[in-house]
Structure formats: structure tokens, C-alpha cells
Design a protein around this ligand. Structure first.
Ligand code: HXC
Length: 515
């Protein structure tokens, strides 16, 4: 055969393989309003940049009818391309091929792109749409999952790993996404669970549905398993691109700089009026964040879960920063189990990828209650402490209002290694609030004629003396008490000054993080 004939044959062979489960199956996906595995990759990557690898890989199963079975591309499309010009590796499971089920060679394809991404120091995005372990390939399939988990763990903290759930993801298959840094889900069409509704019904008698049990809402608002949800597949993939724009390719590269169009000396008048004069009134801390960061551009992570703690990415002086903030309008900004977990995991991601952390503090303390104590707030709260102590990236802090007791300590206090702390004049940095202190310390003797008035006076004196930023400033626990309008210029200057920060720690295999 001539080269032309061979090339034509190659073209025909590849075209057949790219059809996945065939025209009928692809048409069915379209009818369901779903994109195909390849269409998803086309939307994820810069146009025309995706390079597919391992298209010709075949399964090696022989049992339960597998010997005669064709599985084009082994049910998963793998390769690399660019997102905003930077290389990203990806795999995308093809549900039209045996339900995207994972057999030995399907797993090998995923493992290979994981290994390539790790070697090249590039992010990896996994698009999950699969019925789980391919039953016909029994323990070879299980073994395949195990190696994927192993690779996820090796890559953790070295390259960003992102999972995008665009169909079923059930059983042990959920643990690869569970080991990655960020999980995206699509409303109504994606679900994740260890055991599905049928098994639950059989074992416990409980009745539930795929969506209620493991849909985007369940995982973005109740379990905290997922980080982002989108109304449809194209907007989900656009959101993945946006997240990647904030992240470095690996743990030694810098994130791409943002546009330097917002001057760092911008003094923001709005900041005088966001935090109410009445310390018991709520406000939305995201208004403070967007007033401070470049262009007001803030990508909130897990916006629907543990909403008393706000975390996300922004830029300051063109440089990616991680933001952690108490949200005064949810549970008055109290720290609870979920808020601790959420912030701790986020801080650890930032630290692993050299992203400075800016913390906005306004918290009256840990959430009291038996549910919190029995739920292990000591263990979970310790994660937040651990994460801040462990982080060696620049740590900047703005105390907006309340910073009481243990919660003051936990929110990146100087004693946990904060590098630069400023307080607004509204800050109340104290061991506890005035009323709480009065409950313990104010004991009017029998000679006091009007105990209520005496208590009010005691509280007022306490507030004046202790609920201010000046005690902390007087001890050097905050570097400056500032005009709120100067927040952005000061943070940006401190960030520049800390650009060369290096902090070494005792050598160890790894710490024992309080999981
Ligand atoms: C082999 C599978 C499969 C699987 C689906 N298919 N899942 N083949 N192994 N795990 C095949 C179906 O046989 C069918 O093939 C095609 O994919 C489409 O599946 P349907 O059932 O027709 O689609 P749908 O109605 O949309 O239902 C999707 C589904 C269902 C809910 C995912 O297929 C399902 O429940 N699958 C099994 C899920 C499961 O129990 N997986 C194993 C989990 S154990 P044809 O030829 O008819 O088109 C596991 C352990 C991992 O994953 C452990 C890791 C540590």
C-alpha cells in the first residue's frame, strides 16, 4: 500500500474510533442535552489545541463477552492542550462506550496522563462520566482504580488536580475526585455517592433519589464534597478555565499574573461604610473583599457550604492570593466544624502552591453547642490552627471587627505566624466580648443599689478598655491600626515586601494533620 493509502486507512480507523459508542449512542446523548466526551474537551481547551493520545488502546478482557467486544478509545479520551496558553492534561470518560466503565486499559490511559502531567508539572482535569468499575474486568478494574488513587496522592501538592463530574460517579470511583483539589458538578445531570438509592433502600429502607442523594446541590450545600456547581456543561467548563487562570501550573511556578490595570494605591471610600457601627449588625464580608482586590474579581470556592466562612481566589497587585474571611451575616461569623474544615483545606492548597493568604477577621468565637462538641469541633478546629501554623506562604491579616479568644488565635493570629496584621479602628481584639466577661466577672455586692445599671457601667468600661484594637497594637500583636480606605494599598505593599519571604521548618517525613 502507498503512504497515501495507509494515511487514508489511518483516517478511517481514527474516525471510527472517535465515534465512540456509535452514531446512535451519540445522538442519544445530544437528545439528553449532554455533550460528548470530546465536545467537553473542546470547550475546556483553547480552540484546536487538544492533542489526543492513546486513541488506539484496546481492552484485554476475555470474560463475560468481552473477547468479542469493541471499546473505541477504551471509553476514555486522554491527552493535553492549552488553557489560556498554558499546558493542561486531561481525561474525559465516554459514557457511550460501555457506560464509561473503567477496565484495566481504561485505567491505564488515565494513569498515563496523570504521570505525564506530574512529570511536566502541569494541572490535570478529569471529566468523570462513568458507571464505575467495569464488571466484566473484575479485579483488574479495581486494581486500575487503586493506581489512579495512588497517582492522585503522589500529585497532591505538586500539580493542581481538578475533577469535573458530568454524569454518574459512584462507588469507589468517587475517591479519585475525592483526592483531588477541586470538584465541579453540573445541576441535575451529575451525581456522586458511595452507595446509590437502590442499595440504600435495600440495606436501610431509606428512600431517596440520585439527585437528592448525590446531586450538585447535595454536595455543594450539604456534604461539602464539591466546590463549584454550574447550571449546564458549557458553563461548568468555562468555570474550570476561570479557576485555572488563578492557579500556578505546579508547586514551583508562579500563577500567571493578572492584568495590572487596578492601581495598588486605590483608596476605597466604600470601606468606611460596609461594617456597621453597631457591632451586632451583620454585613456581607464579600463586599469588603471585592472592594480591596484587583478589579473586584473574587472567585469564591464552596460558596454554598459552611457559609459562615468565605474562601476563594482573587488577585492583589496582579498576583493570585487566597482569601479567608469570617462571614458575619451567617451564624454571626462563628467558627464551626464545617467552617474549620473548609478553611483548613483551602489554606493548605494555597500553601502547597505558594499562594499568599489574606485573612479578614470578624468572629465572636467558636459555635457553642453539644452538636459541635460531639461532632468533634476540637478535632476539626485543630485543622484550622494546624493549617495556618503549617503555612509558610505570606500570611496577611485584616481585623475588621470582632476577634475574640480562641477564634482570634485561630484566624491567622500573629502567634500562629502571621507576617503582617492590620486592624481597623472598629476592631475588638480581646479574650472575649464584654457581656461574656460580665457574666463571669461582674458580681455586684449587696451594697449595689441598681445592679443592672452597675452592670451596664461595668460593660461600658470593659468595652472601652478591652474591646479595641489598641491593646493588641500596644503589644505589637498588630502592626498598625489603619483607616479602612488604606486597606488595599497597605496589603499590596506588604505583599510586595513579603515577595522574598522564605521560612524553613524542622525536617520531618510529614506532620500528623488532625484529620
Ligand atoms: C460494565 C456498564 C457498567 C459497569 C454501565 N455499564 N455500568 N458495563 N460495567 N460498571 C453499561 C451498561 O451495561 C450499558 O451497556 C451501558 O453501560 C449504559 O448503561 P445503562 O445502564 O443503560 O445507562 P443508564 O440507564 O444511564 O444508567 C447508568 C448507571 C447504570 C446508573 C451508571 O449503568 C449502573 O447502575 N451501572 C452500574 C453501576 C455500578 O454498580 N458500578 C460498579 C460500581 S463498583 P449496553 O451494552 O447495554 O449499552 C465500583 C467499585 C470501584 O465502581 C471501586 C474502586 C475502589
Amino acid at each position: 500500500m502507498s503512504m497515501e493509502d495507509l494515511v487514508a486507512e489511518l483516517g478511517a480507523r481514527e474516525a471510527r474510533l472517535r465515534l465512540g459508542g456509535g452514531e446512535k449512542a451519540l445522538a442519544k446523548r445530544k437528545e439528553q442535552g449532554r455533550l460528548t466526551a470530546r465536545e467537553r474537551l473542546d470547550l475546556l481547551f483553547d480552540p484546536g489545541s487538544f492533542v489526543e493520545i492513546d486513541l488506539h488502546v484496546r481492552h484485554r478482557g476475555t470474560e463475560l463477552g468481552m473477547a468479542e467486544r469493541e471499546t473505541p478509545a477504551e471509553g476514555v479520551v486522554t491527552g493535553f492542550g492549552t488553557v489560556d496558553g498554558r499546558t493542561v492534561y486531561a481525561f474525559s470518560q465516554d459514557f457511550t462506550v460501555m457506560g464509561g466503565s473503567l477496565g484495566e486499559m481504561h485505567a491505564r490511559k488515565i494513569q498515563k496522563v496523570q504521570e505525564m502531567a506530574l512529570k511536566a508539572g502541569c494541572p490535570i482535569v478529569g471529566i468523570q462520566d462513568s458507571g464505575g468499575a467495569r464488571i466484566q474486568e473484575h479485579i483488574d478494574a479495581l486494581n486500575g482504580y487503586g493506581r489512579i488513587f495512588f497517582n492522585n496522592t503522589l500529585a497532591s501538592g505538586v500539580i493542581p488536580q481538578i475533577s469535573v463530574i458530568m454524569g454518574p460517579c459512584a462507588g469507589g470511583a468517587v475517591y479519585s475526585p475525592g483526592l483531588t483539589d477541586f470538584i465541579f458538578m453540573v445541576d441535575k445531570t451529575s451525581y456522586m455517592y458511595i452507595t446509590g438509592p437502590e442499595v440504600i433502600k435495600a440495606v436501610t429502607g431509606e428512600t431517596t433519589t440520585h439527585e437528592a442523594l448525590g446531586g450538585a446541590q447535595a454536595h455543594c450545600e450539604r456534604s461539602g464534597v464539591a466546590h463549584f456547581r454550574a447550571p449546564d456543561e458549557p458553563s461548568c467548563l468555562a468555570a474550570v478555565r476561570r479557576l485555572l487562570s488563578f492557579l500556578p501550573s505546579n508547586n514551583v511556578d508562579d500563577p500567571p499574573p493578572g492584568p495590572a490595570t487596578d492601581p495598588i494605591w486605590r483608596a476605597e471610600e466604600r470601606l468606611l461604610h460596609i461594617v456597621p457601627d453597631n457591632p451586632n449588625k451583620p454585613y456581607d464580608v464579600r463586599e469588603v473583599i471585592t472592594a480591596v482586590v484587583d478589579g473586584g474579581d473574587f472567585l469564591e470556592v464552596q460558596p454554598g457550604w459552611a457559609m459562615n466562612m468565605v474562601v476563594g481566589f482573587a488577585r492583589l497587585d496582579g498576583r493570585t492570593v487566597g482569601i479567608v474571611a469570617n462571614q458575619a451575616r451567617v451564624l454571626a461569623g462563628c467558627i464551626d466544624i464545617n467552617a474549620s474544615d473548609k478553611a483548613a483545606r483551602f489554606i493548605r492548597f494555597c500553601d502547597a502552591f505558594n499562594i499568599p493568604v489574606i485573612t479578614f477577621v470578624d468572629t465572636p468565637g467558636y459555635l457553642p453547642g453539644t452538636a459541635q462538641e460531639y461532632g468533634g469541633i476540637i478535632r476539626h478546629g485543630a485543622k484550622l490552627l494546624y493549617a495556618y501554623c503549617e503555612a509558610t506562604v505570606p500570611k496577611l491579616v485584616v481585623v475588621l471587627r470582632k476577634a475574640y479568644g480562641g477564634a482570634y488565635l485561630a484566624m491567622s493570629s500573629q502567634s500562629l505566624g502571621a507576617d503582617f496584621t492590620v486592624a481597623w479602628p472598629t476592631a475588638e481584639i480581646a479574650v472575649m466580648g464584654a457581656d461574656g466577661a460580665a457574666n463571669i466577672l461582674f458580681k455586684p455586692g449587696p451594697e449595689v443599689e441598681d445592679p443592672q445599671a452597675a452592670r451596664a457601667e461595668w460593660v461600658a468600661r470593659y468595652k472601652e478598655k478591652f474591646n479595641t484594637p489598641y491593646n493588641a497594637a500596644g503589644r505589637g500583636f498588630v502592626e498598625a491600626v489603619i483607616d479602612p480606605r488604606q486597606t488595599r494599598p497597605l496589603l499590596a505593599q506588604a505583599l510586595r515586601a513579603l515577595g522574598t519571604k522564605r521560612e524553613s521548618r524542622p525536617a520531618k517525613k510529614h506532620g500528623n494533620f488532625p484529620v
